[in-house]
Design a protein around this ligand. Structure first.
Ligand code: HEM
Length: 241
């Protein structure tokens, strides 16, 4: 291992992310006091993953306003933050699956009363009955939130597993870029997934505002980034004429 400046940059970025995640968990924990520990962990990890995905989306426009010499550090920063977003999101999903394999103690308001498939499959499917041997999809509000979560999970996992230089080389620059352009869609899916759950869980400590503020900031900065890039390009074209 070589202790190059790039190594130390990544070391400090990851240490800072770890400290920030530990500090945020510590400050959020009292709000989740009404929930059993595993439920609280799953919600906090889901929220932290959402915030980190949002931060990766902010780095793009911010990068375009910084000097060219900062570009590669910004890309490394975005990659490392994305890896932490993947880790926290995957842990959220694993905890949810473990929770629903047992007896979750979440009080869910907009769920169906129809009997569900056994264990974690009940998140997505209703139990089959004699008239219909195949399990049916669960189209209740929380069933839909789970399908949205599943779509988000598929995107998150594919971005997470390809967040290395090795994967970028194997996929080829263009395909890798096309895959990672799904990041804004992932962010939107997570917002919808979370908003439905916030609306559905009794005693939910988070509110719509906890999700919409970051959605608004991401939208605003990305719009400003888009228009400043267009304006810069037009200025360059008129000076070269
Ligand atoms: C198969 C995929 C998924 C399922 C079945 C699922 C299920 C759930 C469940 C049951 C809740 C309610 C509370 C809890 O136990 O946490 C929840 C909330 C949430 N999930 Fe997911 N989820 C999935 C994927 C994801 C992904 C990929 C993310 C983020 C990247 C995510 C982010 C969130 C957020 C932010 C909340 C709201 C937490 C809060 O109260 O603040 N979920 N999800």
């Amino acid at each position: 291992m070589r202790f190059t400046p790039a190594f130390w940059f990544r070391f400090w970025t990851n240490s800072f992310c770890l400290l920030l995640l530990a500090g945020s968990t510590w400050s959020l924990w009292p709000d989740f006091g009404a929930f059993p520990q595993m439920e609280a962990w799953s919600m906090i990890l889901g929220y932290l993953s959402f915030v980190l995905i949002g931060v990766t989306l902010l780095i793009g426009p911010i990068k375009s306003w910084l000097p060219a010499s900062w570009q590669s550090s910004c890309l490394t920063l975005r990659r490392d933050i994305g890896i932490w977003a993947g880790l926290t999101g995957v842990l959220h999903v694993l905890l949810v699956l473990v929770l629903f394999q047992g007896t979750p103690r979440l009080m869910i308001l907009h769920d169906t009363n129809a009997p569900k498939a056994d264990g974690w499959l009940g998140l997505f499917l209703l139990a089959s009955d004699d008239g219909n041997p195949l399990p049916l999809p669960n189209w209740s509000m929380t069933g839909v939130a789970n399908y949205i979560g599943l779509a988000a999970f598929c995107i998150l996992l594919s971005l997470w597993l390809t967040s290395s230089r090795f994967a970028e080389k194997r996929l080829g620059g263009a395909s890798w870029k096309r895959l990672h352009l799904f990041n804004p869609a992932l962010f939107l899916l997570v917002i919808f997934h979370a908003l439905i759950y916030i609306h559905s869980i009794k005693g939910e400590p988070h509110s719509f505002a906890d999700f919409l503020w970051l959605g608004g900031v991401v939208l605003l900065l990305r719009l400003i980034g888009f228009f400043t890039t267009v304006a810069r390009r037009q200025r360059r074209q008129t000076t070269s004429l």
